[in-house]
Design a protein around this ligand. Sequence first.
Ligand code: IMP
Ligand code: MG
Length: 182
Amino acid sequence: MESGNIQIGDYQFEKYIEKERIESKIIELADSINAYYSSQNVQTIVLLDGAETFASKLIPHLKFPISKTELQLKTYEGFESTQTLQIPLELHHQFNKKDPVLIIEDIIDSGLTLFKLFNYLNQYGFNSLQIVTLLHKPTCLKYPIQPMFVGFEIGPEFVIGFGMDIDESGRELDCIYRLKSI
Ligand code: IMP
Ligand code: MG
């Protein structure tokens, strides 16, 4: 059992979203996604490392055939978005243009990661692109990204747990915690 507060290095985090709330939200998201895609084949892209935990809990509830590509695109150092992103060359060869693409993300902050990925996929003619994100910080958005499926909208706070990290710490926590003070 995890307590209300945890310390990582110099930073204090407080419990924010309980495990049970996350789990029931994932079921709700899966229901909406199942209704949207019905029985189509869907190509999923899981953005590593943050979205791995979310994807591993979401995908078993999806009722249509999927393929899964894991992709590492890192934009954060500590609490800061670095605003740079490299997309591996030839990534588009892993997808077909016929089936829709669902990007599975842990959290949207500035929107840079998804904006770049969208532009990249659009340029190769993938047009049926949607996003599911567990968390969304709408007040931090700087790029025109509109996720179709959103778990929780939160404020500009920094969060860890359920796959999300601060410099590789905190991913294993089964609840979501937010930074108390810097
Ligand atoms: P964006 O490109 O600015 O939208 O940032 C998206 C990525 O930054 C997410 O996929 C996360 O990996 C990371 N990120 C953004 N906000 C947080 C946070 O509060 N905690 C942990 N990681 C975050
Ligand atoms: Mg991520």
